[in-house]
Write a protein of this length. Structure first.
Length: 147
């Protein structure tokens, strides 16, 4: 199976075939986020776009393409895609994401997620995206890419 066929399996349905394809594509290293960014930009279906943002999350700290994908996904039509973009930016921990995240603060469906990502970045703790009360009882287990 070639790269295009594997990318086509990233449809957001959460199937074994999707996860197997993402795992196989991950051997491409930092080329994988670049492919996901291109797929995201060409996807008409929200599930495919969500899959791109989800599978690029492990590259949040290592890839400029992953960061760019998250920034673009903040403006997605789908609330689920915007949520995943906020999560990715919380993990990426870049202060340059604060301004783009602030654009969602007036968005009824995504303002709480944007606030949580901003809080996580400002406090330098990605766990605060999920632990919105700062209880210390909730931890995000995010796998990270290491070259």
């Amino acid at each position: 199976m070639d790269i295009k066929e594997k990318l086509a399996l990233l449809d957001g349905r959460g199937s074994d075939a999707e996860y197997d394809a993402a795992k196989a594509l991950s051997v491409l290293g930092l080329e994988f986020p670049k492919l996901l960014l291109a797929k995201y930009r060409n996807s008409k279906k929200w599930g495919e776009r969500l899959s791109c943002v989800y599978h690029v999350s492990k590259y949040a700290l290592a890839s400029e393409d992953a960061y760019e994908l998250a920034i673009e996904a903040l403006a997605d039509k789908s609330k689920k895609v915007r949520y995943q973009a906020c999560l990715l930016l919380a993990v990426a921990q870049r202060s340059t994401a604060l301004e783009p995240l602030a654009t969602l603060l007036s968005e009824r469906e995504s303002s709480e997620d944007a606030k949580a990502a901003i809080d996580a970045i400002k406090h330098r703790d990605h766990n605060y995206f999920a632990d919105r009360d700062h209880s210390g009882m909730v931890k995000l287990n995010v796998q990270q890419y290491h070259s």
